[in-house]
Design a protein around this ligand. Sequence first.
Ligand code: MN3
Length: 246
Amino acid sequence: MKPLTALNRRQFVGLGALAAGATMVPGRLFAAETPPAHVLPALSYAFDALEPHIDAKTMEIHHDKHHAAYITGLNTALAKAPDLAAQPLETLLASLPAVADESLRTPLRNHGGGHWNHSFFWKTLAPAGKGGEASEELAVAIQAAFGSTDDFKKAFGEAATKRFGSGWAWLILSGGKLKITSTPNQDNPLMNGIVLDADLGTPLLGLDVWEHAYYLHYQNRRADYIGAWWNIVNWTEVSKRLTEAS
Ligand code: MN3
């Protein structure tokens, strides 16, 4: 007999649900009221593709363990709230104060934020020399907001360095202008009504300054990690996000 693989196990469960009277949704074997769980997105580059700026082991643990754990935590929380599970993650993060139950709101904030932030982070990275350049639109906006690219990098680096403990530094579009801001833990600038000490807006670029992002290679030298990270920014992606957000 063939071993029960993940696929035919799911088909088996799905057929069982059908036999029990659940409705069939085209393309899905689950009952209509079960929203799909969040899944770990694949990286578009190999774990070692960002070397020497971010080492392969850090990338593997960061993606396969840390990011995966946020997704598990998010799915666990959403299993108790199917109405929220049906919402796009960005919508959910932008309306967290509407979740009255704090025992639900807190894991949605931490794990939902963790999933969104990391999915975003991976896309704004590229192997050195492959990240393209800032579009003219982005270059002009940076100049208008910060004076020059060097001034922008200096201000962003300061925000990332000064973030006490774990968190993120962000370049956002807010009220039609570029701004630099920073959030603790897995908060982000989408979290209206939750993030009270940072600017809100649409993230264009984000830097993870949790120790898990750099400690294996850089140990306590966060500033060195930040300096190296500029070599692997995906400027094509950041430029695209500005166009979409404008
Ligand atoms: Mn991280």
